[in-house]
Design a protein around this ligand. Structure first.
Ligand SMILES: [Fe+2]
Length: 400
């Protein structure tokens, strides 16, 4: 029943997402460039900054350069650094209190996906003051006159959350649910490679594979987009295939770090325009069940899912393979696609994820299949999976 419904509405999410206005931020790039946040505030006439970050980033002092630059520009600032987990209602409540306490007219969001997503909800709550934080958790949250502006400074190269319009928040029932913020105002994004250069290799790899999956699922999705967006999705994959191996050998390579930040940003564009797909549906469900970080769960799901659906998006994957320089025009689509899948396998092996054989319990298959099927309703993937397909793929993931 769910399969038939899913099949009927497969293309719908790709149509709906086109109705959501997307932020078009100015992008600033470079090592140590986060201090440009002050000049950007000045340029836009912002006078009272709420700088939001997490406890770890705060303890590392990454905010200090920004604070010094704000001080120099005579802009008042308040720091909210209480974030120590994925976004939840308590974090959003406290963030909203901090925003109204300083009467902030801009939010500087300095952190990874958790901080960036928290800021989207805090910025929306700044406009929708009569609504409780729980009320803000809707499938689509309409903020008529746009949210409080955000200047986003990602500290990881993975989620692309600096530009994605959805925020994932744990609700009262302890379930993570996405809210698409309609009217999200991301005024600027600063991609500062200094922030990612000291990330542990495990994080670099997990974030990199996550970014790659956004470009890859975007490229394979059954959603029509402008040529520029198609190119960005393919460029996301190319940049990760080229630069993540460099970083594994040479973690301080700043050119590769910067390229990975670009890849993540292009991956965020892919999510906004083409949505994700079954790799994410599997990763969300398996990750939640067995407490596996998102990027690692993506690495587990990526190859089995892409191999299973490849014949339904062969032309797109072959084009991607050629774009990445893995195949030439004379090769058949099937051969080009296989070369792409081989390159993905090689990269995932190089990352050295420690997948636990037999991790996914047989008794969990039915509930996982249900969760995967429901999650897939958020996307327009090239294929709709039946339960038996999902079981087969879970078997394969158990053997990796
Ligand atoms: Fe992801």
């Amino acid at each position: 029943m769910l399969y038939l419904l899913r099949k009927m509405i497969r293309r719908l999410p790709g149509v709906v997402i086109k109705q959501v206005p997307l932020p078009t931020p100015e992008v600033v790039i470079g090592f140590g460039e986060r201090e440009q946040a002050a000049a950007l505030c000045k340029k836009h006439g912002f006078q009272r900054v709420l700088l939001v970050t997490d406890r770890t980033i705060f303890s590392l002092g990454y905010q200090e350069k920004i604070v010094a630059a704000l001080q120099e520009q005579g802009i008042s600032w308040t720091v909210f650094s209480e974030i120590d987990s994925e976004p939840n209602l308590a974090i959003i409540d406290h963030g909203r209190e901090a925003l109204s306490g300083c009467n902030g007219d801009v939010i500087l969001a300095l952190g990874g996906g958790a901080v960036l997503d928290s800021c989207k909800m805090i910025a929306a709550g700044g406009r929708l003051q009569k609504q409780s934080s729980n009320d803000l958790l809707q499938k689509f949250l309409l903020v008529k006159h746009k949210t409080i502006p955000i200047i986003a400074i990602p500290t990881t190269a993975g989620t692309g959350a600096e530009i994605t319009v959805a925020a994932v928040v744990t609700n009262r029932k302890g379930k993570k649910e996405p809210t698409v913020v309609v009217g999200l105002d991301v005024r600027a994004v600063i991609l500062d490679s200094e922030l990612t250069v000291n990330a542990p290799m495990k994080i670099t790899c997990a974030c990199g594979i996550d970014a790659l999956s956004h470009g890859l699922e975007g490229a394979a999705a059954d959603v029509r987009v402008a040529e520029e967006d198609r190119q960005k999705s393919m460029e996301c994959v190319r940049l990760v295939l080229e630069n993540l191996p460099i970083l594994i050998r040479e973690p301080s390579n700043l050119i590769a770090r910067q390229a990975m930040s670009f890849a993540a940003n292009y991956g965020g564009n892919a999510i906004n325009k083409q949505l994700a797909g079954y790799v994410h549906a599997f990763a969300h469900s398996i990750g939640a069940k067995y407490h596996i970080p998102h990027g690692e769960a993506i690495a587990l799901a990526l190859l089995p899912v892409m191999r299973f659906q490849k014949n339904r998006c062969l032309g797109k994957l072959a084009e991607l393979s050629r774009y990445c320089g893995l195949a030439d025009e004379s090769e058949s689509d099937a051969s080009a696609c296989d070369k792409l899948l081989d390159a993905l396998q090689e990269l995932i092996e190089l990352c050295g994820f420690d997948f636990q054989k037999g991790l996914i319990q047989k008794q969990d298959y039915a509930s996982l299949a249900r969760a995967i099927c429901w999650d897939s309703i958020n996307y327009s993937p090239p294929i709709v999976l039946r339960d038996r397909d999902i079981y087969k793929l879970l078997d394969e993931m158990n053997e990796l």
